[in-house]
Structure formats: structure tokens, C-alpha cells
Design a protein around this ligand. Structure first.
Ligand code: C2E
Ligand code: CA
Ligand code: CA
Ligand code: CA
Length: 282
């Protein structure tokens, strides 16, 4: 009926309005948050399941907004990318990662690299390399202490420029990971062109790995190929011991996920490392 149609329309309209209100609020709160540097990092360990070494930790940004409460990085990173705020946000994240590195070194773990997620928008900036070097210098840290995670999509973008940027990052001393692998439709042969150290298999492949044979076959093939290309493999989003056992049997090098630890503030992460090392001594 007419009545219904109108209700439908106004419902739709209300939903749209709420949506755009949210975006406007997010935008203004994010700008303020960047100005006041209201962000923190949490860190999630990556474990070598054969040696039990902690081979690295991934830094993940957190924002607890006074007005909006906890906002997921998926939401505010996307908005930051669309609005151009990502460049200043990235610099804050890198500064925080440098602070994290100083804390790790002070706690006696100078050899555990911190992996920083780099947005493709930031990566593609002409000034990207320069800005990263400036941040390292002003924080008195070196590239060897960091790993850079770029997504498969970033790498797929503008191939030649990407190759030369990755080569330069490598020369500076960064370790390089390709993140979310499997989601971007790149062929594995494409990877030969990039100087990558580590391939991270996306969680979407790991999630049903124990029940779905086709996922197993894909993960198995990715691991084999990555090894042929001299890359190490991280499985991300690992939550169960069955997944750990299966991935180990496939030769997966490193594992990251809630099964070992959620992402933690640096202080708690250091407690975790101390506990872990005591548990796995000798
Ligand atoms: P990502 O880089 O793929 O990060 C992995 C995400 O999976 C993180 O979500 C992490 O908390 C979550 N995770 C880890 N282990 C498990 C598990 O066992 N089970 C499940 N269900 N989830 C797990 P988070 O922190 O919400 O980040 C989401 C995405 O936001 C990241 O995906 C990344 O794309 C982006 N992001 C987060 N922090 C940063 C950052 O500092 N810079 C940039 N550019 N992007 C970031
Ligand atoms: Ca990542
Ligand atoms: Ca990932
Ligand atoms: Ca992911």
C-alpha cells in the first residue's frame, strides 16, 4: 500500500541520515584524535612452531574515542584513507612503533622485529621512503628493527614503481611481508618480482582449514610455492590446536593468532614474552 511504501522510504532515509551523521562525526573526531595523538598500539606475537621462538610481533593500531567509544581500525583506517588523513595517522603509528621498539630493547629483546602495517595510500606517496627514514632518524631507531607489511592489493597496483620502492626498503634494512595473501587474485608467479621475505596467508583461508578440503589444498599449495620462492610463511588468525597441528604438518613456518595470544599492550606483551621463554627454555 501507499502507507507501507512511505514507511519503507522514510526508514531508508533515516538509515542513510544516520549513516552520513556517523561519517561526519567520525571525520571530525578522527581529525581531533590525530591532532591530540589519541592512538595506541597493541602487539601480537608470531611464533615459530618448530623452535618456539617469537620471530616477530605485529603492531595494530587502537583508537578509543571519547565521543564514539572504541572504533575498529577497519572502520577508521578506511575513512582515513578516503579522506587523506592516513598520511598523518601513519606517521603517528610509526612513531608509536619506534617507542615500542625502545621498550622492547630496554626489556632485553632487541632482536624481535616489530611489523608495521602500511596503507597503500601512504606507500604510493612519492615521499613515502623519505618520510619513513625521517621518522626512524628522529626516533633514533634503525630499519633492522622493523618489518613492513604491505597487502597483496598494494603490491598489485603499479608494478614497476612498487618493485623499486620495495627494493629500496629492503636496502634500508626493513624486512618485507606481503599481507592478506590469497585475497587479491595475484598469481604466485607475480611474486617473483618482489623482494619479499614473508608471506602471510589470510585468515579467511585458515578459518575452515580443518573442515574444508579445498581450503587445505590451497593453503598447502601456497606454502609450497612460497618456499620455492625462498619466502617464509605466516598463517594468521589461528585459533585452535587442530589448526596449529595441521599447519605444522604442512610446513607452515610461523603462526599468529588468538591461539597463542591476542594483540596486547607493550607492557603485557613483554610479560607474555618472559612467560613464553620460561615455558620453552631448553
Ligand atoms: P590485518 O593486518 O590483517 O590484521 C590482523 C587482524 O586480525 C587484526 O584485527 C587482529 O587483531 C585480528 N586477529 C589476529 N588474530 C586473530 C584470530 O586468531 N582470530 C580473529 N578472529 N582475529 C584475529 P584488527 O586489529 O581489528 O585490524 C584489522 C585490520 O585493520 C588489519 O588487518 C589491518 O588491515 C588494519 N590495521 C590495523 N592496524 C593498522 C595499522 O596500524 N596501520 C594500518 N595501515 N592498518 C591497520
Ligand atoms: Ca597485517
Ligand atoms: Ca593480514
Ligand atoms: Ca586480514
Amino acid at each position: 500500500s501507499k502507507e507501507n511504501g512511505r514507511n519503507c522510504f522514510s526508514f531508508y532515509f533515516e538509515a542513510l541520515k544516520t549513516d552520513s551523521n556517523r561519517v561526519l562525526k567520525l571525520d571530525s573526531e578522527l581529525r581531533k584524535a590525530i591532532e591530540n595523538r589519541e592512538f595506541t598500539l597493541v602487539y601480537q606475537p608470531k611464533i615459530n612452531t618448530v623452535t618456539n621462538d617469537i620471530v616477530g610481533i605485529e603492531a595494530l593500531v587502537r583508537w578509543n574515542s571519547e565521543k564514539l567509544g572504541f572504533v575498529s581500525p577497519a572502520e577508521f583506517i578506511e575513512h582515513a584513507e578516503e579522506s587523506g588523513l592516513i598520511i598523518s595517522l601513519s606517521e603517528i603509528i610509526f612513531d608509536l612503533a619506534c617507542e615500542g621498539n625502545h621498550k622492547l630493547v630496554a626489556a632485553g629483546y632487541p632482536k624481535i622485529p616489530i611489523a608495521v602495517n602500511v596503507s597503500s595510500i601512504h606507500f604510493q606517496q612519492q615521499s613515502f621512503l623519505e618520510s619513513v627514514q625521517t621518522i626512524l632518524e628522529r626516533n633514533n631507531t634503525s630499519a633492522q628493527c622493523f618489518e613492513i607489511e604491505v597487502t597483496e592489493r598494494t603490491v598489485m597496483n603499479s608494478a614497476q614503481e612498487t618493485v623499486s620502492k620495495l627494493v629500496k626498503l629492503k636496502q634500508l634494512g626493513f624486512k618485507l611481508s606481503i599481507d592478506d595473501f590469497g585475497t587479491g587474485y595475484s598469481s604466485l608467479s607475480y611474486l617473483v618480482r618482489f623482494p619479499l621475505d614473508v608471506l602471510k596467508i589470510d585468515r579467511s583461508f585458515i578459518q575452515h582449514i580443518c573442515s574444508l578440503d579445498d581450503k587445505q589444498a590451497i593453503v598447502d599449495a601456497i606454502i609450497q610455492m612460497a618456499h620455492r620462492l625462498q619466502m617464509k610463511v605466516v598463517a594468521e588468525g589461528v585459533e585452535t590446536s587442530q589448526q596449529v597441528e595441521l599447519l605444522k604438518s604442512m610446513g607452515c613456518d610461523f603462526i599468529q593468532g588468538y591461539y597463542y595470544s591476542r594483540p596486547l599492550p607493550m607492557k603485557e606483551l613483554i610479560d607474555f614474552i618472559q612467560f613464553w621463554e620460561v615455558e620453552h627454555q631448553g
